[in-house]
Design a protein around this ligand. Structure first.
Ligand SMILES: O=C(CO)[C@@H](O)[C@H](O)[C@H](O)[C@H](O)COP(=O)(O)O
Ligand SMILES: [Zn+2]
Length: 189
């Protein structure tokens, strides 16, 4: 196929069609997140690069608005505070940039949404380890074979592709679905 756009489109359509078996895991993730919010918990998102952007995008759907006007929901991204990221990265290690923020902000009953297309980013793995130690639940938005994160998450949603961009495009569909499920289940839509 000569057109890059048509190639990418065909690749993404085929990938999206293969995601139907993830329905149960997505529903489980939605229920876990809703349960936490209902009990006064919060959702914390983290990831690198494009997944850092997805983290802030999804957190803002909840604190801001998604489908309808409704009360703000407790969500934040650990990828947005340049002072925290540079201080912790510089003084400790880049592996700790999310884990240390979690230590300060996370509470038992909160939910971490860990986003990684490889499932192997060290700083995301450290965040998940810290979340578990705090008694938080963990939802993984992962790709490829799920990497090391797959077995560390309470709910692992693994997009079965080797292409980072295609995985990210699927992640945002799944992330938007999570926001929709939360709004539905909290009776906000
Ligand atoms: O957005 C992209 C590629 O599409 C990149 O910025 C990508 O997110 C970065 O290379 C990340 O560092 C990859 O990390 P991960 O998904 O393997 O955890
Ligand atoms: Zn990207």
């Amino acid at each position: 196929m000569n057109s890059l756009f048509l190639h990418n489109l065909a690749e993404q359509i085929a990938l999206l069609q293969s995601l139907q078996p993830l329905d149960g895991a997505v529903a489980q993730a939605g229920a876990l997140a809703t349960q936490s919010l209902r009990a006064g918990g919060k959702l914390m998102f983290c990831g690198n690069g494009g997944s850092a952007a997805d983290s802030q995008h999804l957190a803002a759907e909840l604190t801001g608005r998604f489908i309808k006007d409704r009360k703000p929901l407790a969500a934040l991204a650990l990828s947005t505070d340049s002072s925290a990221l540079t201080c912790i990265g510089n003084d400790y290690s880049f592996d700790e940039v999310f884990a240390r923020q979690l230590q300060g902000l996370g509470r038992a009953g909160d939910v971490l949404v860990a986003i990684s297309t490889s499932g192997n980013s060290r700083n995301v793995i450290r965040a998940v380890e810290e979340a578990r130690a705090l008694g938080m639940s963990v939802i993984g938005l992962l790709g490829r074979d799920g990497g090391a994160l797959r077995d560390l998450c309470d709910v692992a949603i693994v997009v079965p592709s080797q292409v980072t961009a295609r995985i990210q495009e699927s992640h945002i569909l799944i992330g938007h679905t999570l926001c929709g499920l939360i709004e539905q289940q909290l009776g906000l839509v």
